[in-house]
Design a protein around this ligand. Structure first.
Ligand code: FAD
Length: 318
């Protein structure tokens, strides 16, 4: 079923969903099941699976020269989606990115997803690779998520890249996109960021999942601004508990978001790793309760392989 159909059927009730990362190369499905098994009793209608493009490493050869080697540390998104659907009977939402994909690669990926009867995708641009200062699209690939959405919508109308294909099978993908309550870091300002988000919705995006935030006002203000800008699709808050001291620096650095003063100080001053984790769990529980009480369509938890922490939060909220 489509994600948006779940929202419609829920009739105002706040749903729950989880996001998982494919395991590092060499890991198996057991890693994924170990994360999801303890969470499935909360009946998420869908599970998101992230996609990770290749990175380049420099490996020293015996000659002393360095060799540039492409590696994909976390392959397997499509296979994991199929395994999740098979094991749990819920929908899987693969993330699809522009980076590293030509338009033809994208078309082939969508054909595979359609054969697997996957009905949803989260359409994203992806980030610049570690050694690049800005996002560089693949030759013949998309520069922005907007262009990816347009390609998916063409396939939803049965239009393939090969113009000779007549009466092509019409896919029927429901399309999610990313939203940034504290603005995407490359956007000059929030209004311009929202103009692009509106273009994505006008092009056929069906719902938004937000970047994580730790201050609910950021989400509520973002929803208000979206509505004022004419963006009327469901906006799902993305949530992640902050449980470790190093995250006080790494979360703002990687995700370009602010940490509330109280949370940052409590985490910094916690006397032990366990009491720090407890601070993060309590904070996320309070965030979740308020978002639920104020009618968010779904709470989307970034699990990061930490089922025990997410379980504690969800148990307290549902
Ligand atoms: P876009 O919508 O293309 O926007 C990128 C930037 O360009 C923004 O600043 C925007 O304002 C601007 N812009 C947009 N359209 C245009 C236009 N037409 N012309 C000019 N400027 C424009 N990354 C992964 O690699 N894998 C994942 O699985 C993944 N999952 C994610 C899930 C969620 C819920 C979120 C919030 C992010 C995720 N990301 C993932 C990260 C995401 O790929 C990055 O944040 C990326 O930098 C932007 O992606 P986007 O789809 O928002 O890009």
């Amino acid at each position: 079923m489509k994600v948006t159909e779940y929202f419609e059927k829920a009739n105002g009730k706040t749903l729950i969903s989880f996001e998982i990362l494919p395991p590092l190369k060499g890991g198996g499905m057991q890693d994924i099941f170990a994360t999801l098994d303890p969470l499935m009793e909360f009946k998420p209608p869908f599970i998101d699976v992230t996609y990770h493009r290749e990175e380049f490493l420099y490996k020293r050869r015996d000659s002393g020269y360095y060799e540039k080697v492409a590696i994909r540390k976390r392959p397997g998104t499509v296979g994991i989606c199929a395994a999740i659907m098979h094991r749990y009977g819920v929908d899987a939402v693969p993330h699809l990115i522009c980076g590293g994909f030509t338009e033809e690669d994208t078309e082939n990926a969508l054909i595979d997803l359609n054969f697997l009867e996957i009905k949803n995708v989260l359409a994203l641009r992806g980030d610049a690779r570690a050694f690049e200062s800005k996002f560089v699209p693949e030759d013949g690939g998309h520069h922005y998520a907007l262009d990816l959405i347009k390609q998916i919508q063409r396939m939803n109308k049965g239009k393939y890249l090969d113009k000779n294909i007549e009466n092509g099978v019409k896919t029927d993908f429901c399309i999610g996109i990313a939203g940034y309550p504290e603005k995407h870091f490359e956007a000059p300002n929030m209004d311009i960021d929202l103009e692009y988000t509106k273009m994505k919705v006008d092009a056929g995006a069906d719902y938004i999942v937000t970047q994580m935030f730790f201050n609910n006002d950021a989400y509520f203000n973002y929803v208000d601004k979206c509505r004022a800008a004419g963006i009327n699709v469901p906006i799902v808050p993305g949530l992640k508990p902050l449980t470790k001291k190093y995250q006080l620096a790494s979360i703002p650095r990687h995700f370009f978001i602010d940490l509330p003063d109280t949370l940052a100080r409590e985490v910094a001053n916690a006397k032990s790793a366990e009491s720090r984790r407890q601070v993060g769990i309590e904070w996320c529980i309070e965030q979740s309760k308020e978002l639920k009480a104020k009618g968010a369509p779904c709470l989307h938890y970034y699990t990061m392989g930490d089922a025990a922490t997410i379980r504690k939060i969800v148990e307290a909220v549902y």
